[in-house]
Design a protein around this ligand. Sequence first.
Ligand SMILES: CC(C)(COP(=O)(O)OP(=O)(O)OC[C@H]1O[C@@H](n2cnc3c(N)ncnc32)[C@H](O)[C@@H]1OP(=O)(O)O)[C@@H](O)C(=O)NCCC(=O)NCCS
Length: 142
Amino acid sequence: MIRTAKVTDLDTIYKMGRALHDNYKQTYDLESLLTKDYFHLLVYEKDNQVIGFLAYSLLIDSVDILDIYVDKEYRQQKIASLLIDYMISMVDPKTSFLLEVAVDNLPAISLYEKFGFKVIHTRKKYYGQKDAYVMEREALNE
Ligand SMILES: CC(C)(COP(=O)(O)OP(=O)(O)OC[C@H]1O[C@@H](n2cnc3c(N)ncnc32)[C@H](O)[C@@H]1OP(=O)(O)O)[C@@H](O)C(=O)NCCC(=O)NCCS
Protein backbone atom coordinates (compact mmCIF):
# COMPACT_ATOMS: atom_id res chain seq x y z
CA MET A 1 0.00 0.00 0.00
CA ILE A 2 1.22 3.48 -0.85
CA ARG A 3 0.30 6.42 1.35
CA THR A 4 1.55 9.81 2.48
CA ALA A 5 4.12 9.60 5.28
CA LYS A 6 3.19 10.48 8.85
CA VAL A 7 5.44 11.90 11.55
CA THR A 8 5.52 8.42 13.13
CA ASP A 9 7.19 7.04 9.96
CA LEU A 10 10.10 9.45 10.14
CA ASP A 11 12.45 7.34 12.27
CA THR A 12 12.18 4.49 9.79
CA ILE A 13 12.69 6.89 6.89
CA TYR A 14 15.76 8.43 8.53
CA LYS A 15 17.23 4.94 8.98
CA MET A 16 16.70 4.20 5.30
CA GLY A 17 17.99 7.64 4.37
CA ARG A 18 21.31 6.91 6.02
CA ALA A 19 22.03 4.54 3.14
CA LEU A 20 21.57 7.48 0.77
CA HIS A 21 23.50 10.22 2.60
CA ASP A 22 25.70 9.97 5.69
CA ASN A 23 24.00 12.80 7.59
CA TYR A 24 20.50 12.33 6.29
CA LYS A 25 18.85 13.44 9.51
CA GLN A 26 21.02 16.55 9.76
CA THR A 27 20.46 17.42 6.10
CA TYR A 28 16.70 16.99 5.94
CA ASP A 29 14.35 18.16 8.65
CA LEU A 30 11.53 15.96 7.44
CA GLU A 31 9.18 16.90 10.24
CA SER A 32 9.33 20.52 9.20
CA LEU A 33 9.27 19.66 5.47
CA LEU A 34 6.08 17.62 5.98
CA THR A 35 4.32 20.86 6.90
CA LYS A 36 5.22 22.50 3.57
CA ASP A 37 2.76 22.46 0.69
CA TYR A 38 5.46 21.85 -1.89
CA PHE A 39 6.97 18.82 -0.14
CA HIS A 40 5.60 15.31 -0.61
CA LEU A 41 6.71 12.13 1.08
CA LEU A 42 5.21 8.83 0.00
CA VAL A 43 5.83 5.53 1.73
CA TYR A 44 5.29 1.96 0.66
CA GLU A 45 3.90 -0.10 3.50
CA LYS A 46 3.83 -3.88 3.63
CA ASP A 47 2.57 -5.85 6.64
CA ASN A 48 2.42 -2.61 8.67
CA GLN A 49 6.07 -1.90 7.94
CA VAL A 50 7.43 0.96 5.86
CA ILE A 51 9.83 -0.61 3.36
CA GLY A 52 10.33 2.19 0.88
CA PHE A 53 9.82 5.89 0.34
CA LEU A 54 9.81 8.58 -2.30
CA ALA A 55 10.39 12.25 -1.50
CA TYR A 56 9.67 14.96 -4.04
CA SER A 57 8.90 18.62 -4.25
CA LEU A 58 6.28 20.08 -6.55
CA LEU A 59 6.48 23.73 -7.55
CA ILE A 60 3.79 24.82 -10.03
CA ASP A 61 4.40 22.37 -12.90
CA SER A 62 7.78 20.96 -12.00
CA VAL A 63 8.64 18.02 -9.76
CA ASP A 64 12.08 17.54 -8.26
CA ILE A 65 12.60 13.96 -7.13
CA LEU A 66 14.68 14.26 -3.98
CA ASP A 67 15.08 10.64 -2.91
CA ILE A 68 13.75 7.20 -3.58
CA TYR A 69 14.66 4.18 -1.55
CA VAL A 70 13.52 0.58 -1.17
CA ASP A 71 14.78 -1.78 1.56
CA LYS A 72 17.37 -4.18 0.19
CA GLU A 73 15.34 -7.31 0.79
CA TYR A 74 12.39 -5.95 -1.19
CA ARG A 75 14.26 -4.66 -4.25
CA GLN A 76 13.46 -5.71 -7.80
CA GLN A 77 9.83 -6.31 -6.89
CA LYS A 78 8.60 -3.14 -8.65
CA ILE A 79 8.12 -1.18 -5.43
CA ALA A 80 10.07 1.83 -6.68
CA SER A 81 8.12 1.66 -9.95
CA LEU A 82 4.83 1.66 -8.02
CA LEU A 83 5.96 4.69 -5.99
CA ILE A 84 6.89 6.58 -9.17
CA ASP A 85 3.61 5.57 -10.86
CA TYR A 86 1.72 6.84 -7.82
CA MET A 87 3.59 10.17 -7.82
CA ILE A 88 2.90 10.63 -11.54
CA SER A 89 -0.79 9.89 -10.97
CA MET A 90 -0.92 12.61 -8.29
CA VAL A 91 0.28 15.47 -10.51
CA ASP A 92 -1.04 17.23 -13.57
CA PRO A 93 0.00 15.54 -16.86
CA LYS A 94 1.69 18.79 -17.85
CA THR A 95 4.22 18.39 -15.03
CA SER A 96 7.89 17.88 -15.84
CA PHE A 97 10.26 15.94 -13.57
CA LEU A 98 13.91 16.48 -12.70
CA LEU A 99 16.38 14.55 -10.55
CA GLU A 100 20.06 13.99 -9.88
CA VAL A 101 21.58 10.54 -9.78
CA ALA A 102 25.17 9.37 -9.33
CA VAL A 103 26.61 8.39 -12.71
CA ASP A 104 27.45 4.88 -11.43
CA ASN A 105 24.01 4.15 -9.91
CA LEU A 106 22.94 1.85 -12.71
CA PRO A 107 19.82 0.39 -11.03
CA ALA A 108 18.42 3.88 -10.44
CA ILE A 109 19.38 5.16 -13.90
CA SER A 110 17.73 2.14 -15.48
CA LEU A 111 14.61 2.69 -13.33
CA TYR A 112 14.35 6.33 -14.38
CA GLU A 113 14.93 5.49 -18.05
CA LYS A 114 11.98 3.09 -17.86
CA PHE A 115 9.84 6.09 -16.93
CA GLY A 116 11.13 8.16 -19.85
CA PHE A 117 13.79 10.19 -18.04
CA LYS A 118 16.73 11.30 -20.15
CA VAL A 119 20.15 12.60 -19.13
CA ILE A 120 20.28 16.32 -19.92
CA HIS A 121 23.39 17.38 -18.05
CA THR A 122 26.30 16.11 -15.94
CA ARG A 123 27.15 17.86 -12.69
CA LYS A 124 30.82 17.40 -11.89
CA LYS A 125 31.68 16.23 -8.36
CA TYR A 126 28.08 16.62 -7.26
CA TYR A 127 28.42 13.78 -4.75
CA GLY A 128 31.87 14.40 -3.26
CA GLN A 129 34.26 13.18 -5.94
CA LYS A 130 31.45 11.58 -7.90
CA ASP A 131 29.62 13.15 -10.83
CA ALA A 132 25.86 13.20 -11.12
CA TYR A 133 23.56 13.07 -14.08
CA VAL A 134 20.67 15.48 -14.18
CA MET A 135 17.78 13.55 -15.69
CA GLU A 136 14.53 15.01 -16.96
CA ARG A 137 11.17 13.62 -17.89
CA GLU A 138 9.47 16.18 -20.04
CA ALA A 139 5.87 17.13 -19.55
CA LEU A 140 3.38 15.29 -21.71
CA ASN A 141 1.55 17.27 -24.41
CA GLU A 142 4.31 19.86 -24.74
C1 LIG B 1 16.97 2.26 -7.21
C2 LIG B 1 15.93 1.55 -6.35
C3 LIG B 1 15.04 2.59 -5.70
C4 LIG B 1 15.08 0.63 -7.26
O1 LIG B 1 14.05 0.07 -6.45
P1 LIG B 1 13.31 -1.29 -6.87
O2 LIG B 1 12.03 -1.37 -6.12
O3 LIG B 1 14.25 -2.42 -6.74
O4 LIG B 1 13.02 -1.03 -8.42
P2 LIG B 1 11.95 -1.79 -9.34
O5 LIG B 1 11.77 -3.20 -8.88
O6 LIG B 1 10.72 -0.96 -9.46
O7 LIG B 1 12.73 -1.83 -10.71
C5 LIG B 1 12.30 -1.11 -11.86
C6 LIG B 1 13.44 -1.06 -12.86
O8 LIG B 1 14.60 -0.47 -12.26
C7 LIG B 1 15.78 -1.09 -12.80
N1 LIG B 1 16.49 -1.80 -11.75
C8 LIG B 1 16.10 -1.98 -10.46
N2 LIG B 1 17.05 -2.66 -9.80
C9 LIG B 1 18.03 -2.92 -10.68
C10 LIG B 1 19.29 -3.58 -10.58
N3 LIG B 1 19.73 -4.12 -9.42
N4 LIG B 1 20.08 -3.63 -11.69
C11 LIG B 1 19.67 -3.07 -12.85
N5 LIG B 1 18.49 -2.44 -13.00
C12 LIG B 1 17.69 -2.37 -11.94
C13 LIG B 1 15.31 -2.05 -13.86
O9 LIG B 1 15.23 -1.34 -15.08
C14 LIG B 1 13.92 -2.40 -13.36
O10 LIG B 1 13.08 -2.83 -14.36
P3 LIG B 1 12.91 -4.43 -14.64
O11 LIG B 1 12.41 -5.00 -13.35
O12 LIG B 1 11.91 -4.49 -15.74
O13 LIG B 1 14.28 -4.93 -15.00
C15 LIG B 1 16.60 0.63 -5.28
O14 LIG B 1 17.60 -0.16 -5.90
C16 LIG B 1 17.25 1.41 -4.14
O15 LIG B 1 16.59 1.72 -3.13
N6 LIG B 1 18.54 1.73 -4.26
C17 LIG B 1 19.27 2.47 -3.22
C18 LIG B 1 18.82 3.91 -3.17
C19 LIG B 1 19.07 4.65 -4.46
O16 LIG B 1 20.08 4.47 -5.12
N7 LIG B 1 18.11 5.53 -4.81
C20 LIG B 1 18.21 6.37 -5.99
C21 LIG B 1 18.87 7.65 -5.62
S1 LIG B 1 18.91 8.76 -7.02
